[in-house]
Design a protein around this ligand. Structure first.
Ligand code: PLP
Length: 383
């Protein structure tokens, strides 16, 4: 049975005041998430330092993330950010031999490019696969870059600039055929579409809690395929990455046998409270139903934009799209400001306005957004 999306919408009070199309930047706040943060505050006032409970929250986030991605808890590191996870992983990779190539793409979020370029001082060679004339990067374009020297294919699932989704299964097949590993930056996808890391057959996946996972900033995750974990020893480490944390050993480095070895310091406790509540909410709704709804909402929005003569640049095929619709503008920042005046919250990157949808959006949101875009067309659409 389809979830009752109208009832679920009421759990996000900001939606009563705003047309909120900004989940690709930061989600709307759910009542449950707010209550969870308040429970942490109450705890601090009543008890002070409630560490016994606090550490269980970090473990709960790990378990819920594993459930979401169809992985096991031992395959999940709870990190401070995508950047923290990537740096820890990069520190465990050896680029000194012939297999020193990292293949990335024009669609990457900066951190999933910069961190690999930073490894060039350790021998890595970064190759960026370009977009084609249509603005997309088909899987065939990766074929020219992935070869027997490729150690890692580090790619985004959905591009933060234009909402395009890469053809992950085909790219993974190319990587496998050349003995390369695949890292998926699924931050712009996770929670908005259904993700099964085992079915996708990726080796690593990174993301965070503040967008479609309904949580907050300052906490993320990294999935690491179990069979690789023990062969990877991060030099970017910390006491929460150790096999025996309470031992407080200062005589050596003993990484945890699980993906916890990619963690570092004290967990961000309040962020765990928020993220636990967000993940529970999302899992209760169910990612297959959320994916279906987001495809329907984005499709509808794109059709209506065509009707007003201001089409988006996001691919129309479901297989090539996430939950963001990107619309070109000659002043995307100015357009976003004009929309804010009308209580419509979006974001912008480059020359594109981004309207990102989640299951709590509805037809009325599309109508007010497209209606406002129609009014602003002559001033902001490309000439
Ligand atoms: C695809 C993608 N990757 C990574 C990030 C940023 O990751 P972090 O700030 O957690 O390092 C973002 C943030 O917007 C993103 O959209």
């Amino acid at each position: 049975m389809e979830p009752n999306f109208a009832a679920l919408r009421k759990e996000f009070p900001v939606l009563e005041r705003k047309t909120y199309l900004n989940s690709g930047s930061y989600c709307a706040l759910a009542n449950d998430v707010k209550a969870s943060i308040e429970a942490y505050m109450d705890d601090r006032l009543a008890i002070g330092a409630n560490w016994d409970v606090w550490v269980t929250k970090n473990e709960s986030v790990r378990e819920l993330t594993a459930k979401l991605l169809r992985a096991t808890p031992d395959e999940i590191a709870v990190t401070a950010s995508v950047s923290a996870g990537l740096n820890s992983l990069a520190s465990a990779l050896d680029f000194s031999g012939p297999r020193n190539k990292v293949v990335s793409s024009d669609f990457e979020f900066p951190t999933n490019a910069q961190i690999w370029y930073a490894q060039e001082s350790r021998g890595a060679k970064v190759v960026r696969v370009p977009r084609d004339a249509s603005g997309y990067i088909p899987a065939e374009s990766f074929a020219a870059a992935i070869d027997e020297n490729t150690q890692l294919v580090a790619i985004t699932h959905v591009c933060f600039r234009n909402g395009a989704k890469l053809e992950i299964p085909e790219i993974v097949r190319l990587a496998r055929a050349n003995g390369a590993k695949v890292l998926l930056d699924c931050y712009q996808a996770v929670g908005s579409i259904d993700i099964d890391v085992k079915k996708l057959d990726v080796d690593f996946a990174v993301g965070g809690m503040l967008k479609y996972l309904l949580g907050t900033a300052g906490i993320g995750f990294m999935y690491v395929r179990d069979s690789f974990t023990k062969s990877l020893v991060p030099t970017n480490s910390g006491w929460f990455a150790q096999a025996d944390i309470p031992a407080m050993d200062i005589t050596g480095n003993h990484p945890h046998p699980s993906a916890r070895r990619f963690e570092a310091g004290t967990p961000a406790v309040v962020n765990c409270y928020a993220s636990e509540a967000g993940l529970k909410f999302l899992l209760d709704v169910g990612t297959p139903a959320i994916e279906k709804r987001n495809f329907a909402l984005t499709r509808r929005c794109m059709e209506q934009l065509v009707d007003i003569g201001w089409p988006s640049i996001t691919p129309t095929q479901d297989a090539r799209r996430g939950a963001t619709v990107a619309i070109p503008s000659r002043d995307s920042a100015g357009l976003s400001r004009e929309l804010i005046k009308r209580d419509i919250v979006t974001s912008y990157r480059d020359n594109n306005l981004r309207a990102s949808f989640h299951f709590y959006n509805n037809e009325a949101d599309i109508e007010s957004f497209v209606g406002a875009m129609k009014d602003l067309r002559s001033e902001f659409a490309p000439r």
